[in-house]
Design a protein around this ligand. Structure first.
Ligand code: UT7
Length: 333
């Protein structure tokens, strides 16, 4: 097969979707021992969106994907690779990517798979798709991050449930002949030595679902917030600097920093370390809370639609999540 390798892989379309129902901090305070003041001061969150009953991860992925395809100006039949990142797939198998493929009516002879890297999933997904596309085999890939966090948080645990929300973000990656544009560089990493810091322990092969695992609430997110916070600040700062260094681009050249939206205090500490002023940092956690891997592509889509990204701009993604996993990507639009 004579494959023409692309000169670059570009983000040709973005899309996002959040469910209609919005739950404010004050709404939470009606059934939890918490307050708008505590949640906003500690995390920057005011409200989150919650999926409707029966609305699955693939349904949100579908809506975000349709918008990304429309903005890329291509049809579902032009897609030749689908990667979905999520920590709450519709079901253990088949993959949510296969379910999305069917919902989009995408042709059958293309690879579709899920990727598990928690909140870093989008950065991992973009890197994996980019590397596959550099072979010349795939012209257009859909990378979709969709998360129904409301289905895996314990609504009686105020230390976790107030922090998360539902939503989906998608990008179309396209092979391009233009050089020096698109995905410029990525760094990824992981450290699986302390999984207890952030996990959902049951429902897999180690602890299959049983009456006991349900009674012990082992199907919900467990998190040591303080420990996660410390690691997130350190690693996100390091990785953002590392990818810039690797690409030979200084932080002052970055037009927009789009960090994983887990906590405004984490975001501002990363921006400060990079000396990036707040007007160049995209923050929307106030409206959506932490949507895990969907947070960066939702923010990217919002920023793009608001006209905050121009041709030639450097945009920096940096993420951190359970695993622990992390990643940073520099994109030139
Ligand atoms: O996507 C990646 C995964 N997640 C993250 O990156 C989250 C990282 N961690 C954080 O964002 C922060 O650690 C939190 C927002 C989770 C917590 O903020 P904190 O400043 O680290 O608070 P804390 O855990 O030290 O808790 C302080 C107090 C505790 O009371 P005591 O022990 O000091 O009496 C908690 O019981 O706040 C209490 N608390 C609450 N109070 C009101 C915990 N949750 C709540 C709540 N409302 N929802």
């Amino acid at each position: 097969m004579d494959l023409k390798k692309p000169n670059s892989i570009v983000i040709s379309g973005t899309g996002s979707y959040v469910p209609e129902k919005s739950l404010t901090n004050d709404d939470l305070a009606k059934f939890l021992d918490t307050s708008d003041e505590w949640i906003f001061e500690r995390s920057g969150i005011r409200r989150r969106h919650i999926a409707a009953d029966g609305e699955a991860t693939s349904d949100m992925a579908l809506e975000a994907s349709k918008k990304a395809l429309e903005r890329a100006g291509i049809g579902a039949s032009d897609v030749d690779l689908v990667v979905v990142t999520t920590v709450n797939p519709d079901m253990m198998f088949p993959s949510t990517a296969c379910l999305l493929q069917a919902k989009l009516g995408i042709r059958n002879n293309i690879p579709c798979f899920d990727l598990s890297a928690a909140c870093s999933g989008f950065v991992y997904g973009v890197e994996v798709a980019t590397r596959m596309m550099q072979s010349g085999l795939y012209k257009n890939a859909l990378v979709v991050s969709s998360e129904k966090m409301s289905s895996i948080v314990d609504w009686e645990d105020r230390s976790t449930c107030v922090l998360f929300g539902d939503g989906a973000g998608a990008v179309v990656l396209s092979a391009s002949d233009e050089a020096d544009t698109g995905i410029i560089g990525t760094v990824l990493g992981a450290d699986g030595s302390d999984t207890a810091m952030l996990r959902m322990p049951a429902g897999g092969s180690l602890m299959p679902t049983s009456a006991e695992t349900v009674a012990k609430k082992l199907h919900f997110v467990q998190m040591d917030g303080r420990e996660v916070f410390k690691h997130a600040v350190k690693i996100m700062q390091e990785k953002a600097l590392e990818v810039l260094d690797h690409c030979g681009v200084s932080a002052d050249k970055v037009s927009l920093l789009i960090p994983h939206q887990a906590n405004t205090r984490i975001i501002h500490s990363v921006a400060k370390r990079l000396n990036i002023p707040s007007e160049k940092v995209y923050v929307n956690i106030e409206n959506y809370a932490n949507t895990s891997s969907a947070s960066i592509p939702i923010a990217l889509d919002e920023a793009a639609r608001a006209g905050k990204i121009k041709k030639g701009d450097y945009v920096l993604f940096v993420a951190f999540g359970a695993g622990l996993t992390w990643g940073a990507t520099l994109v030139k639009f």
